[in-house]
Design a protein around this ligand. Structure first.
Ligand SMILES: [Zn+2]
Length: 100
């Protein structure tokens, strides 16, 4: 019995050219947004470190909360995820994330 040859796999499907051009714009915008987010995170961490000086441990994992924080350079409360995973104490104003 002759062995059947497998058909060559199809190339991946391509969207309509009109959509492909728009998709490239969307992909570029997503990459730009991601770069801006990294730059924002780096600058926010730098400003927070500058504000708190030596009080801030080097291995801190900063997370921004949802509360307004008037002394924070990001205008939001900031928590140390490594030392304070329950977000009990903003590193700037010492307020918890959970408030009544
Ligand atoms: Zn705060």
């Amino acid at each position: 019995m002759a062995k059947k040859r497998r058909p060559a796999p199809l190339p991946p499907p391509e969207p309509h050219p009109n959509l492909k051009g728009l998709q490239e714009h969307i992909d570029a915008a997503k990459r730009n947004l991601q770069q801006c987010q990294y730059a924002w995170d780096d600058e926010a961490a730098r400003l927070i470190r500058e504000q708190l000086g030596e009080e801030l441990p080097q291995d801190i994992e900063l997370t921004h909360g949802s509360w307004d924080c008037y002394e924070s350079p990001t205008a939001a409360c900031v928590y140390d995820d490594a030392e304070d995973p329950m977000h009990d104490c903003c590193v700037i104003c010492q307020q918890p994330e959970e408030r009544k």
